[in-house]
Design a binder for this molecule. Structure first.
Ligand SMILES: Nc1ccn([C@@H]2O[C@H](COP(=O)(O)OP(=O)(O)OP(=O)(O)O)[C@@H](O)[C@H]2O)c(=O)n1
Ligand SMILES: C[C@](O)(CO)[C@H](O)COP(=O)(O)O
Length: 240
């Protein structure tokens, strides 16, 4: 991981924000409710994710982006699970891009602020990694959590597959953390269907993207088997 950036400073600032995007419907999961509400060890996925941000040293102001059809459902879930972590609930958008944009629009301009964007459906994100992303972004404008590919990689070009250098391939996770002013500016450029994350939006606006080391356990809940995988990771006893 020598090519990924590292940092050792404290992430403490009073200007930290986290936008947790939970506006999706989970079509690939195929459940009767969006996957962010499915239970992981008895607690909705989304609560695990919010708690990771609440428990980190950066102590961000938490904005939860959720389709308005599910606001009342979420408030009932919070009551049922005695979930009291403070957060600001706002409406979701048509795509992940639009949900993030809705979140950014709710944060007042602040030259000193840093914002992390997090998939609601990554409930196993380490609080230490969240803190590292805030610290690194404060010093270097952005920090995108990534892990190196552990599989061999081939790309199909004109019907032929060609091997790529595995050491140059990184798999991108969240959080993706930025100086607020720079991410707001990037999102002003408008939507493009090729955007899959915040780094691709920022890159399009000319920003150089910094990768910081993530964790293979920081999986995204996407398909039905991912819930069982996440529970196995959560319940694994530390080896002696
Ligand atoms: N309109 C949307 C679409 C997605 N997301 C969020 O972006 C994250 C990553 O998206 P993905 O895993 O693709 O979630 P879904 O869109 O719900 O899943 P699918 O693509 O299978 O429908 C999720 O936390 C999802 O809730 C969002 O906030 N608003
Ligand atoms: C943001 C992300 O999780 C980074 O890996 C990913 O791009 C989301 O992709 P999806 O197609 O919306 O699941």
């Amino acid at each position: 991981m020598s090519s990924l950036s590292t940092t050792h400073h404290s992430p403490l600032t009073t200007h930290n924000h986290a936008i947790i995007v939970a506006g999706g419907s989970g079509t690939r999961m195929g459940a009767t409710i969006p996957k962010q509400f499915l239970l992981l060890n008895g607690k909705p996925v989304l609560m695990h994710t919010i708690e990771a941000f609440h428990n980190c040293k950066a102590q961000p102001h938490i904005i939860l982006v959720l389709n308005t059809d599910f606001h009342t459902y979420w408030q009932q879930l919070c009551a049922d699970h005695n979930f009291t972590v403070p957060h600001q609930l706002i409406k979701g958008g048509e795509t992940r891009f639009h949900s993030v944009k809705n979140g950014l629009d709710r944060i007042p301009d602040d030259i000193n602020a840093v914002v992390a964007v997090q998939d609601a459906v990554r409930p196993l994100t380490d609080k230490e990694i969240i803190d590292r992303s805030f610290t690194y972004a404060l010093e270097h404008d952005n920090a995108i959590v990534a892990v190196k590919s552990r599989d061999s990689i081939r790309q199909v070009q004109n019907g032929r597959s060609v091997s790529l250098l595995r050491d140059d391939i990184y798999l991108i996770q969240t959080p993706q953390t930025f100086r607020l002013s720079q991410l707001k500016k990037a999102y002003e450029h408008g939507y493009d269907a090729k955007f899959t994350d915040d780094a691709s939006v920022a890159e399009q606006s000319g920003m150089a993207i910094n990768l910081i080391e993530g964790n293979y356990k920081n999986i995204k809940i996407t398909f039905p088997e991912d819930i069982a995988i996440a529970e196995a990771i959560l319940n694994k006893k530390p080896s002696a």
